[in-house]
Ligand binder design. Structure first.
Ligand code: NAD
Ligand code: ZN
Ligand code: ZN
Length: 348
């Protein structure tokens, strides 16, 4: 079968021929219906190396995957051939306290996981291929009626990551509060919709691309602010001087982290989701009182189930730009150039 593989750090991915996987006991092979191209893959291609990551190439890219069960190994009982499934992406040990509540994104025994703090497309072979080997059936979530793999793929990360970040700040998203979404790409365009679909808060979107701000408006943002226009001041003006109750940073550079904490209202949340390599010095006076600053990584399996249900009910949708597996490398070039609307998905 064909697969888009990363052979070395700091290199471009290559489309190569590899053997189709066969499932061992407890394992499942999924025929890929769609695989999303995440900006984190660009960090893998261009920014990261062996000193920063616990695993190394070669492996097949693609950590946002959905499709149909192709074959199951001995003992698999919860899915059968032909089932439409989403693949839960962070693959933990399955036994620690975090994994037992479905939060394998925060597995506390990664030495016992299939790969140390990774998953398919992150250290092990991912879904930018015709088939994906999933090491445990618990990592599959059956798609609710009405949802196709082409929609579900991006939800497993571009949807699940913002959903988790939003869900933990739900108590602060009240009718009088404001949520700021910084970066309206794959994750951000879903974040705008998720805040609107699950809370009554007002949404302000910030981006440095005009097309992204237009997309934000179409996704339901109440106001948009170009990142070149002193956005912290604009956000204060738009909120009557108070600042935003929750800011979600889907970029993660010095500039956006600084924006997230300085445009926050006292008692607010500034959540850094983007892995843009930024950092800012922290002091008692560097942000309003009782602003909580946190990072989040992906989400739980239960949250993925909720999110798929939200999409199946039509309360959110994924804007996708589709590429064939032969053109998968182009999807990453377009993503790097800021030319993708919503999420690029590869449909083999
Ligand atoms: P994307 O390329 O689809 O979207 C990024 C958006 O940010 C684009 O619209 C871009 O125009 C905008 N942007 C860039 N610089 C900006 C700036 N200075 N100010 C305002 N907007 C700016 O990327 P994505 O796939 O949505 O991923 C976003 C980030 O989240 C990446 O860093 C990615 O690695 C990270 N990520 C983190 C997690 C996690 O679990 N923490 C999961 C997935 C992705
Ligand atoms: Zn990702
Ligand atoms: Zn674990």
């Amino acid at each position: 079968m064909k697969a888009l593989r990363l052979a070395n750090w700091k290199s471009e991915p290559e489309l190569v021929e590899v053997p189709k996987p066969t499932p061992g006991p407890g394992q499942v092979v999924v025929k890929i219906g769609a695989a999303g191209a995440c900006h984190s893959d660009l960090h893998l291609l261009h920014d990261f190396d062996a000193t920063m990551m616990p695993w190394s190439p070669p492996f097949t890219l693609g950590h946002e995957n959905a499709g149909w069960v192709d074959s199951v190994g001995e003992g698999v009982s919860t899915v059968t051939e032909g089932d439409a499934v989403a693949v839960y992406g962070p693959w933990g040990c399955g036994r620690c306290e975090r994994c037992r509540i479905g939060a394998e994104n925060y597995c506390e025994n990664p030495l016992a996981a299939p790969v140390f703090s990774g998953g398919g497309g992150l250290g092990l072979d991912g879904g930018m291929a015709e088939y994906l080997l999933v090491p445990f059936e618990r990592l599959l979530v059956r798609l609710p009626d009405g949802l196709t793999p082409a929609t579900a793929a991006a939800l497993t990360d571009a949807g699940l990551t913002p959903y988790h970040a939003i869900r933990r700040s739900w108590p602060k998203m009240t009718p009088t509060s404001t949520v700021v979404v910084i970066g309206v790409g794959g994750l951000g365009h879903l974040a705008v919709q998720l805040v609107k679909a699950t809370t009554s808060a007002r949404v302000i979107a910030v981006d440095n691309r005009e097309e992204a701000l237009e997309l934000a408006t179409q996704m339901g943002a109440d106001d948009v602010v170009p990142s070149g226009a002193l956005p912290a001041e604009v956000i204060r003006e738009l909120t009557g001087g108070r600042g935003a109750d929750v800011l979600l940073d889907f970029v993660g550079t010095d500039e956006t982290i600084e924006l997230a904490r300085t445009a926050a209202r006292s008692l607010g949340d500034a959540t850094i989701v983007g892995i843009g390599g930024g950092s800012v010095p922290l002091s008692f006076f560097s942000q309003p009182y009782e602003v909580s600053i946190q990072t989040t990584y992906w989400g739980s399996r239960a949250e993925l189930g909720e999110l798929l249900y939200l999409a199946a009910r039509g309360l959110i949708h994924v804007e996708t730009t589709t590429y064939s597996l032969d053109d998968a490398a182009q999807a990453y070039r377009d993503l790097a150039a800021g030319k993708v609307r919503g999420r690029a998905i590869i449909v083999p």
